[in-house]
Design a protein around this ligand. Structure first.
Ligand code: BG6
Length: 467
């Protein structure tokens, strides 16, 4: 379907995601030739008027836009920004949307973007229904979708009273990253890798997303969410599905979801004994955080996929805030050669197994590291690496930031890179034991790699990071 002119209604417009990603992303899309005409109606709990919201957006763009906007571009975008406080009620929202539509002419569609925490989602859906903003509309739901199985099922039932499934886009922005999509290209467009993509050749997999970032002004959201719900049950496990899935019958949404859902169904229920929860020193002293908070700001865990391809291949996951480095890698460790003819002291195996590493930076990077001979006398081995980076081969401009890519897909009605309720519900089900009985958080120093227990968790393997 060619994209129609759109009114984007941004709920939670003045939140952290709004200023970091959504406003800059909408500015880029609106000013590019990827979308036809767009108008944006922001709404949130703040009592802004249009001018107040434009000031907010200007600051957000100054701070977070990848490329600074020219004055002319800013004027062009600012004229398309409107605001209604959520407290003004459904009629005021309906009026603002109708006014914005009037600027756009024929065939206008609406994209309601719910950048709100799970507990607020139902009220927004009710508001859209009361404002009669359901037809010609699609709705993008931010993660986490619910907070456990029961709440996800209830939220789905509630949304389905107002919107049909084909109108709903459950977003997980990691799937919009070029590098995540490159996993599919890499695995299924080549004959070279798929034959070794199984337990016979792969020893273990790591999905490791440490962040340097802390909470910024998200304490309230984070305190109620924690690293597992913020990152693992969403991004890390979605990425895991791309790594572990069988080849889909076609590159289309239903076929891809089917294979991802099979991975989720084969995931062994997460055993709290295979989980390390951590909390950085100083977390409890922050405003908005309870002084005896048990919210984890760090989590590392071992998962297993109970199917023929992956039996006995551990998948290690780690993510957390205020860690030593910001990285986003998926690392595939291959089995060692069955016998070594190289003398002790030659260096073979001393730098860990050979690896294929996907870097989920916005433009994807790939590297393959393996042992080779060190130049000079004798047979001394060392690890070499082959690198591939998209940016070297393509115009940097071609790279679409994850949110931009996914907003564009939602406008086009393409569900390929979105998650499904069935998949999300399976993941909540697999998480039940951990949610019911989480191990206590262990403290860790800021700028570290997490609590010490992470090493036992992966023994006899070792974390690939730091490089
Ligand atoms: C978000 C989480 O979904 O992803 C944040 O809520 C996290 O806590 C962010 O920092 C990481 O995304 P990215 O694209 O910067 O790796």
């Amino acid at each position: 379907e060619p994209t129609a002119p759109h009114v984007v209604v941004l709920f939670g417009a003045t939140g952290d995601l709004g200023r970091r990603k959504l406003i800059p992303g909408l500015a880029h899309l609106t000013l590019s030739d990827l979308t036809p005409d767009v108008q944006v109606v922001g709404t949130s709990l703040e009592e802004y008027d249009d001018e107040g919201f434009r000031d907010f957006a200007k600051k957000a763009l100054d701070e977070f836009s990848a490329k600074p906007l020219t004055d002319a571009d800013w004027k062009e975008f600012a004229a398309r920004l409107h605001y209604v406080p959520q407290g003004a009620g459904p009629e005021a929202l309906a009026k603002a949307v109708k006014d914005a539509e009037a600027e756009l002419g024929e065939g206008v569609r609406r994209l309601h973007y719910l950048s709100v925490p799970p507990k607020a989602a139902r009220a927004v859906i009710a508001m859209l229904s009361a404002a009669d903003l359901v037809d010609r509309s699609r709705v993008v739901m931010e993660k986490p979708f619910g907070t456990d199985l029961a709440s996800a099922v209830a939220l789905n039932a509630e949304i389905h009273q107002t919107f049909s499934e084909d109108q709903i886009f459950r977003i997980d922005h990691f799937l919009g990253k070029e590098a995540a999509q490159n996993i599919l290209a890499f695995r299924f467009a080549n004959g070279l890798f798929e034959p070794i993509w199984n337990r016979t050749f792969i020893d273990h997999v790591q999905i490791d997303i440490p962040e340097k970032l802390g909470l910024d002004n998200r304490a309230e959201f984070y305190e109620a969410t924690g690293a597992y719900k913020d990152m693992v049950v969403t991004h890390l496990l979605q990425v895991l599905a791309f790594v572990a899935m069988e080849p889909p019958t076609a590159l289309e949404p239903r076929a891809i979801s089917e294979e991802k859902n099979k991975v989720f169904r084969s995931l062994m229920p997460i055993d709290p004994q295979n989980v390390v929860r951590g909390q950085y020193a100083g977390y409890r002293d922050q405003e908005g955080v309870s002084p005896d908070s048990d919210t984890e700001t760090f989590i590392a865990m071992k998962c297993e996929i109970d199917n023929w391809r992956w039996a006995d291949v551990p998948f290690y996951l780690r993510t957390g805030k205020r860690l030593a480095e910001g990285q986003r890698i998926i690392s595939i460790a291959f089995r060692q050669a069955p016998k070594s003819m190289f003398p002790p002291g030659s260096g073979v195996g001393t730098q860990g197994p050979d690896h294929l590493t996907f870097d989920l930076a916005d433009a994807s990077k790939l590297s393959l590291s393996f042992y080779g001979k060190r130049p000079g006398p004798g047979m001394r081995l060392e690890k070499l690496s082959m690198q591939f980076a998209t940016r070297e081969t393509q115009e940097a401009e071609d790279v679409l930031e994850a949110y931009q890519r996914l907003i564009l897909d939602a406008m086009r009605g393409d569900h390929t890179l979105f998650t499904t309720s069935e998949g999300i519900e399976s993941l909540w089900e697999r998480s039940a034991a951990l949610l019911d009985d989480p191990p206590l958080v262990k403290p860790y120093p800021q700028d570290s790699w997490g609590p010490n227990a992470i090493h036992q968790l992966v023994a006899p393997h070792a974390w690939r990071l730091p490089f």
